[in-house]
Design a protein around this ligand. Sequence first.
Ligand code: GSH
Length: 228
Amino acid sequence: MSEEWCLYYWAGFPGRGEFLRLIFEEAGVKYTEVNDGTRLVSEIIQGQSDFFPHFAPPVIKKGNFTLSQAHVASRYLAEKFDMLPGNEVDNAHAEQINLDCHDYIAEGRLAFHGIHNVGPYKSQKEETQPYIDRFIESRFPRWLKYFERALVANGGGKGFIIGSKCCYADLTLFHCLRATESQFPEAWAKADYIPALKAYKERIASRPNIAAFLKSGRSLPFAGDSMM
Ligand SMILES: N[C@@H](CCC(=O)N[C@@H](CS)C(=O)NCC(=O)O)C(=O)O
């Protein structure tokens, strides 16, 4: 059994797998993507051996160890790859921000699935539009202003979200911001209340390993039919 890290996720779009992909990429740790396109990742994992049960991807795996829940897996990898901010208070705040990001994504995703939570967006486009409109009008600015405030609170917002080095919460927030811009280009362009956040997104994108990843074939385009 391979002792290298594997990332199990759906094929063809970045999704929540990207939260973990970005950590491997920034840390420069080799990982293998595993999917067969259509079969549930939980089945693939369970079919191989007696692994710990998982409800949904993304799942990371090394040897016999498997772990799901993007937040938990991100934090786990961050600890392994020295991507926690460092001290107890900063670590706790990074965890807060990371979970805020997951709440934000989950809320946004729900707006695209107002009728059927796990059904395809295209089958509920018309009915769910009012939820999307409401999200853009009220929740989008509320969340983004909060992230802007959090960033600026860290020494004026010219560096990282927490502390003085790039941590896993930076990568989570970065992916959320990219997903936001991709899904809501007009609202993003008009959002003049998040200057620090917009500059931050470009700053993280220009980190050498992240820039190389974004240029590589490993970084997939957004599906364009939901927040994640
Ligand atoms: N809270 C979980 C959510 C996992 C999740 O919803 N995964 C999606 C793909 S992004 C999925 O395949 N869900 C299958 C299902 O809910 O049945 C996490 O953050 O990892």
